[in-house]
Design a protein around this ligand. Structure first.
Ligand code: GSH
Length: 312
């Protein structure tokens, strides 16, 4: 059976970054295929497609693989232009700037707060897996719990500021949501899963109304798909031609076809391997090949990812 190309999202229900993308798919009224990935390593059916990238979510379109929610939203917005999002105005810029703050700091605080609040109930496998992702942090149940009061204080000071920025607008992006609205939503969604959104941001009705407005976008129409079928889809497709494929020589003197390592900023032990096919100020594209997937192109945003020659 030939499997038709379409939007495939590799994700798991409890993942807040995936929720950002699911809500965006809802806003776009998309129909998509849903592959549920494991919450902890190993994730062999994902990493064979991504060259080693383990995080959720991952977007697959045929044999093009898009890593990182920021790039995923940009790609989805390109293929699903309607309804439009707010772009190129002051509200969109401030929403997207807030998204940078969410990704660089606020979301980590929220994640540590949520996990710390349930530290005694978390499966050991999850504690061990996340501790290995952040070896510098000595993540034990006890250390996670100890941080909760400090995180509660920090969040109760930071989060109401979002309500002030929103003020009387419908969305952070203005009359329609910007990319940043979906990133901001993710932090309140995660807090809401442990019923801490209202206690941390009491009053501020405008923010709660915005959250309810965003929530109505839903998640579009998803169809369960197996990891095996996702691999088969990749094997039966060819990557899209890269318009003006190019490798900018600066700053590492990298060449097209060279074996490289990509890693997320601040996580240099998370290594993704592949042959460099494209590198410019916007995007990194690697090629990988295996009998299960055929040739795949793995796309990363340029910001927040470092690319180095494999020998280093
Ligand atoms: N910068 C990435 C971050 C993604 C991320 O950290 N996702 C979390 C889940 S919400 C994750 O993958 N955690 C480890 C795992 O699930 O293996 C993005 O924007 O997509």
């Amino acid at each position: 059976m030939t499997i038709e190309k379409g939007i495939i999202l590799h994700h798991y229900p409890a993942s807040p970054y995936s929720e950002r993308v699911r809500l965006f798919l809802g806003y776009k009224k998309a129909t998509w295929k849903s592959v549920i990935t494991p919450i902890t390593m190993p994730k062999p059916d994902q990493t064979i497609l991504t060259g080693g990238y383990r995080r959720a979510p991952v977007l697959q379109i045929g044999s093009d693989i898009y890593c990182d929610s920021r790039l995923i939203l940009e790609e989805l917005n390109r293929i699903l232009p309607e309804p439009p999002i707010s772009i190129g105005n002051a509200d969109a810029a401030s929403a997207n700037l807030l998204a940078e703050l969410v990704d660089a700091d606020v979301f980590l605080k929220v994640a540590k707060f949520v996990m710390g609040s349930y530290a005694q109930k978390l499966p050991q496998e999850l504690v061990d897996d996340r501790a290995a992702m952040q070896p510098q942090e000595k993540m034990t149940r006890e250390n996670m719990e100890k941080l909760v009061p400090y995180l509660q204080l920090s969040l109760s000071k930071i989060l109401p500021e979002f309500a002030k920025v929103l003020a009387k607008k419908e969305f952070f992006g203005g009359e329609i949501p910007a990319r940043g609205d979906f990133a901001i939503y993710q932090i309140f969604w995660f807090l809401n899963t442990i019923r801490k959104f209202k206690p941390l941001v009491p009053g501020n009705e405008n923010l709660h109304e915005w959250f309810a407005r965003m929530k109505t976008f839903g998640a579009g129409e998803s169809i369960l798909f197996t990891a095996e079928d996702a691999l088969k889809t990749a094997a039966e497709s060819s990557p899209q031609r890269i318009v003006s494929a190019n490798v900018l020589p600066e700053p590492y003197d990298l060449r097209a076809g060279q074996e490289v390592i990509v890693h997320p900023e601040h996580y240099d032990h998370e290594r993704i391997f592949g042959k460099l096919v494209h590198l410019d100020d916007e995007m990194i594209i690697l090629a990988n090949e295996s009998p299960k997937t055929g040739l795949v192109h793995v796309h990363f945003p340029r910001l927040r990812y470092l690319v180095l020659p494999k020998s280093s």
